[in-house]
Design a protein around this ligand. Structure first.
Ligand code: NAP
Length: 290
């Protein structure tokens, strides 16, 4: 049986993947910058090791004996992320890891305006060039992230968007974790690219309608351009300009149709249908499960 490892195992996605691997009877190696945060998973049989992409020698040592690695993209955006992902790949190769599954983005093409596309495109290329076996898990936008949008829309009666009628196939983080755990714990995924999506593509009008239906309050869609959307996030939500522009880039990406493709990957990999956005928003808006 191959030895499986997960980077960034104390993050939301990494922890969930680790839990699912333990439930499958695996004894995963869990890499994190904060091993104490995973004491509970160590007590359940995981092999918790310190791993930071900025420390190549430390990462190489931490990956000793690992065959198959889930490389979770880190939460820093831009050239630094590309460099750190490259270092993680270098460490994996030095340690003798055979196969890396990487959490990417659907269609990370040069023309995709999503602000994170260049990082994912570059990391995918680094993996193709590495000589290692690879699998790309191209996770769509997290459905979980639509909860604050829906809460705000229900409270104000307005859903402000720059995505026009562009739709996104929002997928829950738990479904992304289940797909990743399935890929790690089974064979046959080398050289495969999976677009991990929810069960439907949702545009701003559908998100507003869902929010209104669940909350019982009318929600009007307000369409703005990228500059106005960014300015609104800075002024109303107090976001730094750079973060606001990043959010606006996701709206632009949706508007241009880059995020709308729905696939059967979650079901194909896990045997379970992906969670609909309605269930996520119902839990987020009312505290009840469905
Ligand atoms: N699809 C989407 O909508 C979406 C949205 C947001 C983010 N993402 C991407 O998906 C990733 C996982 O999502 P998440 O919700 O789990 O994010 P999260 O909870 O913010 O986790 C961030 C992750 O980055 C890791 N990390 C940061 N710096 C690192 C370093 N120097 N070396 C090694 N690991 C480092 C953390 O690992 P430790 O703290 O355990 O070391 C942690 O796993 C994010 O990091 C981001 O790249 C996707």
């Amino acid at each position: 049986m191959p030895t499986i490892a997960v980077t960034g195992a104390s993050g939301h996605l990494g922890r969930r993947v680790a839990e699912l691997l333990l439930e499958k009877g695996e004894r995963p190696v869990l890499l994190t910058r904060d091993p104490a945060a995973l004491d509970d998973l160590a007590a359940r049989g995981a092999d918790v090791r310190r791993g930071d992409f900025s420390d190549i020698a430390g990462m190489t040592a931490a990956l000793a004996g690992v065959d198959r690695l889930l490389l979770i993209s880190i939460d820093v955006i831009g050239p630094q992320r590309i460099a750190l992902h490259g270092q993680a790949i270098e460490a994996a190769r030095a340690a003798g890891v055979k196969h890396i599954a990487y959490t990417s983005l659907p269609r990370p093409d040069a023309e995709n305006p999503a602000g994170v596309a260049p990082d994912h495109r570059a990391t995918e290329q680094a993996l193709r060039d590495s000589g290692l076996d690879w699998t790309f898990l191209r996770n769509n936008i997290y459905a979980d992230f639509q909860i604050p949008t829906a809460v705000q829309a229900a409270a104000s009666g307005q859903l402000v968007t720059n995505s026009a009628d562009g739709a996104s196939a929002f997928v829950t983080r738990d479904d992304c974790a289940a797909a990743a755990a399935a890929v790690l714990a089974s064979d046959g995924h080398v050289g495969q690219t999976y677009d991990i999506t929810g069960p439907e593509a949702i545009d701003a009008a559908a998100l507003a309608a869902l929010t209104a239906d669940i909350s019982g309050t009318p929600v009007e869609v307000v369409h703005v351009d990228d500059a106005a959307y960014t300015a609104g996030l800075v002024a109303a939500a107090g976001l730094p300009e750079e973060a606001a522009a990043l959010y606006a880039s996701f709206g632009a990406s949706a508007r241009e149709g880059w995020a709308s493709e729905v696939t059967t990957a979650v079901f194909d990999l896990t045997g379970v249908e992906p969670t609909p956005l309605r269930a996520v928003l119902t839990a987020g808006l009312t505290g009840s499960g469905s």
